[in-house]
Design a protein around this ligand. Structure first.
Ligand code: ADP
Ligand code: MG
Length: 236
């Protein structure tokens, strides 16, 4: 079984550089693992949105990505597919601990991302958890050392990084800054920068926002290495 998986990974990664973004018509045309393809099919996601087509291929190739597209354009799936494939490619297991960290401005958005992840990622074996505060605080404390994908709000994440010895980011492979413009509008700049400083510099970073303000660009400069910019303009 391991051999089969290794062969699938090799076949997928061999396609990364040859895929022509303009020729992608459905998710089936994208070099995504069988587990992800099955998850997408069960959720009845067939045709990728523009931000998904463009940013996922760049993310698969390992680039840092700064993606801008208006609300409702499907940014969540864009970064979740990149995260799932990144960990899948590295044959990440529960024993490897935290592999992906997703930062989003509000508890509601964190819960939505978590639900999409649980649905689309159901055929993968990764564990996922929320760090958003409230009643679940004790649960968060106990489980953080075995969670592969953490989704959280900036203030609560920083609190855990400072206070919870089980929350270690030493193996982190990929960081997602979701709705970065809103995080900054809500005054989380200090928390975001402090979190980023705590993370291993070798990771991949994806930064998504609805708008490209100067503050977002400044955050990008701090957190991204030689990023690829994907900006989707609606033709209305
Ligand atoms: P954004 O973060 O850009 O505001 P979301 O990721 O929240 O947008 O997605 C908005 C809505 O579009 C969600 O209900 C989501 O399920 C749906 N959606 C995302 N991608 C697709 C797709 N490829 N096909 C159909 N619906 C999609
Ligand atoms: Mg969003």
């Amino acid at each position: 079984l391991k051999e089969l998986e290794k062969r699938e990974i090799a076949q997928l990664t061999a396609r990364y550089d040859h895929v022509k973004i303009d020729e992608i018509q459905s998710f089936a045309d994208m070099p995504l693992s069988q587990k992800t393809q099955r998850g997408l099919a069960e959720c009845e996601y067939v045709v990728p949105t523009e931000i998904q087509r463009e940013s996922v291929i760049l993310g698969l190739r390992g680039f840092d990505v700064l993606g801008a597209a208006k609300t409702g354009s499907g940014k969540t799936l864009a970064f979740l597919l990149t995260v799932l494939e990144c960990l899948c490619r590295k044959e990440w297991t529960k024993l490897d601990g935290l592999g992906a960290l997703i930062i989003t401005p509000t508890r509601e958005l964190a819960v939505q991302i978590y639900q999409t992840l649980v649905n689309v990622g159901k055929f993968h074996d990764f564990s996922a958890g929320l760090v958003i505060g409230g009643k679940e605080l004790e649960f968060e404390k106990d489980r953080l050392d075995v969670i592969n994908i953490v989704i959280g709000t900036p203030g609560r994440l920083l609190h855990h990084m400072d206070q919870n010895p089980l929350f270690t980011c030493v193996n982190l492979q990929i960081l997602v800054l979701d709705e970065a413009d809103r995080c900054l509008d809500m005054g989380f700049e200090r928390e975001m920068n402090a979190i980023i400083e705590n993370l291993p510099p070798t990771r991949q970073t994806l930064l998504f926002s609805a708008t490209q303000t100067k503050k977002v660009k400044d955050l990008g400069r701090l957190s991204l290495k030689d990023p690829k910019y994907v900006s989707v303009h609606e033709h209305e």
